[in-house]
Every structure is written in structure tokens, then in C-alpha cells.
Design a protein around this ligand. Sequence first.
Ligand code: NGO
Length: 524
Amino acid sequence: MINKKLTSLFISIMIIAAIFLQISCKPTIQTDLTKENIIPKPVSVTATGDYFCLGEKASIYIQGETAELMQTGNYLAERLRPATGFPLEVRTTTEEPGKGNIFLTLSGADASVGDEGYILSVTKKLITISAKKPAGLFNGIQTLRQLFPASIDMSTKQDFDWHISGGTITDYPAYNYRGVMLDVTRHFFSVEDVKRYIDLVSAYKINYLHLHLSDDQGWRIEIKSWPNLAIYGGKTEVGGGVGGYYTQEQYADIVKYADSHFITVVPEIDMPGHTNAALASYAELNIKGKATDLYTGTEVGFSTLATKKEITYKFIEDVFGELASLTTGPYIHIGGDESHVTKKEDYIPFVERVQDIVIKLGKTPIGWDEISLGKLRPGAIAQYWSSAENANKAVAQGTKLLMSPAARAYIDMKYDSTTVIGYTWAGLIEVDKAYNWDPASLEQGIGKENIIGIEAALWSETITNMKEVEFLTFPRLPGLAEVGWTPSTLRNWDEYKMRLGNHAKRFKAQDINYYPSKLVPWVD
Ligand code: NGO
């Protein structure tokens, strides 16, 4: 009798538990995958109307055992664990896992998705991301994160139904280079700051981080063969603050962290202008052999290396030699902008020789658009920022361009006249202006075939801390990331601004200090 009662009680509990589970996995919001607010907008999305529910028992399965795959699986687990509170173990497998799991695989994706593309399929049973390369899986993971409720980005456990809409996303980038530049010279930013920046920008599929490591106001990377550069030249910054520099160990740590987010670091040592910090550190680099004073102002174009002295090229070989050995990516940026006090007849052979130094080290030189005044070496890249004439000169030499037109992509510009920080020399850049342009039709004579990609540039004369970095970066960077990722035929400001409005919740979950532009219908 007692046994019978116990059995029926057990059955009732099981039924209630089953109903509860069912209810707790019922989506409370829409389940149409095509209506999700993904940024950058994917190439193709089809919906089934179904949904997947992530439960406590879910694991992340990776097919294959390479360290990079494992790292990618762990990355996803680490993103999902805090808010879900689920253990989300990462396991390897040789075949498709059972119901309720996430599956990352390097087989099954069509070759047309390329090195960075992915296919994300969500069924009631399984979430599958397939790609040709781990970078593609990582990009698929960024999309997946955006399919969960925004609370997924919170750092503490949230009570939520972690369901996502069913369907298939096939996606790959329009441009291979989607970068952001951070100027760590005018004001110095710590290793932790740079890592947070990497965290935030990688969520929008940015894959290059250009670090502007030297300028008039500071030298920010330890060079063992020329130690004074960092010790003395890194002492201060704009406004006279304490400045700082990265030791080589710290810098290597940044590069490693970026690599683990599929972001390639591009180091820049600006020359022959923008070199006062070096000229203050070593007298012999000056034309007159006398060291300059450290500089904490914001003027540009007043300094130059002694382009006719051999010691200058020894210095460059040493600096780039050390930097190349710390660089896992293909590029070294040689600057070359605004060398107003270098004579043109000195500037041209200088830039040509410096390109050769970089190439000899096995790296590819990039320089600001002025470098196209000289002969550009095969494979070199010119970064268009202000002169369409220079950009066209580069194209005429068969050189590819990295597009950073100041009036669109300089995210150190103010949003509007009331923005407290930022510059105005390239105009005010509201969120729509940063979004509403097509790199391939911006300038006459420059088409998609001439362009490797785009880069947002954040110069730091007017910003001193991460809150300010975030304010100028968000929400313009997600838009610029979409300019680089999504085919222009699929982009439209009126539709984009609705998607962007839905990212406010995500910004808040990550404590991002963003600019709440009036042009965007924010959904809190
Ligand atoms: C210019 C200049 C930088 C300034 C920046 C400020 C380039 C390539 N050189 O861009 O030194 O910091 O504008 O917006």
C-alpha cells in the first residue's frame, strides 16, 4: 500500500518536473531567427520557427583535438558559464553529439565560407557551428552569443530561459581586414585596458588591432638594444601624466591574448615624423646631434629623424628586429604620416629603405597614405586616412589600401557639438555617418579589388581612461565592423539602427560606457 502511494507520488513528481522543464524552456520572446539583431549582419539567415534550449546538462563538443580548437571551445564555455551558472564542460568527439549540446566542427562547412566564415545551425536538438578554420568557429561563436538573451553577457548567474531561435546562418566577411587602431602613446593604456578592448571589439568580429606604439609624446614598447626609448621616452604623455610602456613580456602577453581572440596585432612605430620621444631619448638620432625635450602637447608634424645618418637605419633595424620577433602577424606599420619637417627628397628614399628593412625581417610594411609618394614595395599596404590623391597614387602602383577615411572612421572625432571629449578637425561623426558609407565607392578610382579592408582609428589626445575609450568606440565601432563584414548591398541605416538599438542591453550587461545617440531607437 505504502509502496503504491510512493510510486504514484514519484510519478506525479516526475510529471510535474517534466511539465516544469517544458515550461522553463518555453521561449518568452520571439523565435524567428531572421528577426534577431545580429551585428555585423550575416550574409544569409533562414528560420525554422523552432528553438533550442540550453540546459544545465549541456556540454560543448569539439571535433578534433588541436590546441586551437580546444581554446575556442573553452572560450565559448567561459563566455556562457557566468550568466548561466552551468558547468558546460568542453569535450572532444569524433561524431555529432546527442541532444541538448553545442557542437563545434571543422567539417561540413562549404569551402565558400573561406577562412573566417561559418555555418551556424540551430535545431531543437543541437547547436552546430561548422567552419573551415578555427577563426570561422570563433566568428560563429560571436554570432551565437548574440542569439542568447543579452543577460548572457552578465558576469553573475541570471535566472533565465537560455533559448535561442532555430534556423541556419551562413556567413563570411566582405573584407579580410577589419581593424581598430588604439593610440597608446598620447595617453598610455595598461595591459588590462588593452585586453578589455580586445574582449569588446572581438565580439563584433574585428580581427586586427593596430597599436600606435610611438609618437612625439611617448615611446611605449621596451626595446632592449635601445633601452632609453621606453625608460626615458615613455616617461610622460599628453598633459604631463606619468605615461608608461609595455615590457616585452607584457607586450607578448597582449599579442597572445589577441591571438586567442583571432585578432592579429599590428605594431606601429611612426617615422620619420612623430618621433620626438625617440629624439629626446637619443641625441644621435637628431639632425643636429642634440636631444630634444620630452613633449606633452598635441601639435603634430614638428619632429623628424635624421634621415641622412646611418645610425638612424641601425636604430630602425634594431627596433623592427626586436618588434618582428614579438609579432605573430604579417604586418609592421611604419607610420610615415605628417612628416612636415622632413624634406620631400629625404622622405622618399627614407620610406623606401624602411620598407626594405621590414621586408628583410619577413614582414609586410603598412604606412599611412603619404608613403605612396615614394615607390611602394610589392605587397606593401597604404592606409588611406586623408588624401585621396595619395590613395590613388598607391592604387596606381598596384598597392592595396586599408581604408580609414578620417571623416568616417576616425572615432576620435566628436559625435556632435556637445560631445565633451574628441576632436572636430575631420568633422562631427554621428553614429549614422560612421555607418553610412561603402569603402568600395567612397573615392573615385578606388574599388573593392584595391581594398584589403577597413580600420577604425582611435587617437588618444583627448582621452585618458577606458570609460572615455569606450564612449568614443561604442556604438560607432559595431557599425564600422559591419561596414567591413557585411556586403554593402545588405546594409541600410534605417534597418541597422533598429538592430543597434537592441544592443544597448548587451552594452549594459558588459558595463560598456556607450554614447546613447538620439539617432538610435534604444531598447533597454
Ligand atoms: C592624424 C595624425 C595623428 C593624430 C590624428 C588625430 C594621422 C594619420 N596622423 O591622423 O597624429 O593623432 O590625426 O585625429
